[in-house]
Design a protein around this ligand. Sequence first.
Ligand code: ATP
Length: 236
Amino acid sequence: MNILSVRNLETYYGAIMALRGVSIDVNEGEIVAILGANGAGKTTLMKTVAGLMDPEKGAVDFMGEPIARLEPDRIVTKGISLVPEGREVFPYLTVEENLKLGAFTRRAVPAGDLDLVYSYFPVLRERRRQAAGFLSGGQQQMLAIGRGLMARPRLMMLDEPSLGLSPLLTQEIFDIIARLNAEQGVTMLLVEQNAHIALETATTGYVLEMGRIVMSGPTERLKASDDIQEFYLGRT
Ligand code: ATP
């Protein structure tokens, strides 16, 4: 079942047209990756879906309902969490306070929800009373994902989860993303510069260049494409 449908989206920064008619589809249960160079428009696409930017034209439907131009907190309530680039955890709040903030749109948070996050990220339980600013980069990424989970999303959008992480930690984060997808049924839409790991983890991929989708399809097919091999996987 299609849960996210983006149609002909056009988003601007002043006079700069960052998205030039982008259309993507995400089916329930999938992991979808968006690849693209710096400045291609990947972050803008996620921000527009999350309601942090308003599109000039186009439509965003989630679970069959139009959501473009809704306030960001309404979009969270409908079941979409964004884990932003650079994590943006609150450095002076504790790990647990950061996690609880992820549930701000919910009236009551079952105690089990924190335990669920801690079961995927045991290091966050150990550090739950420490200020988030003292966590390592990888732990902050875990906290940002954990905070996103606290909203109990159906669709989680992750902007560059591997940014600044070692290959080992990147692998660890992507393993957890795959487990959350398989075990918790969270559909994932991720933006990633690391094309190798994105194409290994996702089932469907889109390539964004200068605000336009230039290629899309099952990742197995994308991996075999000469252009993807040359420009994104660095094979000659
Ligand atoms: P990155 O990997 O660097 O985050 P991206 O693919 O996410 O790249 P966006 O951040 O969505 O790209 O940027 C798309 C385009 O919009 C780029 O040309 C960029 O220069 C421009 N842009 C992004 N943010 C702003 C801004 N705040 N003001 C003006 N132009 C912007």
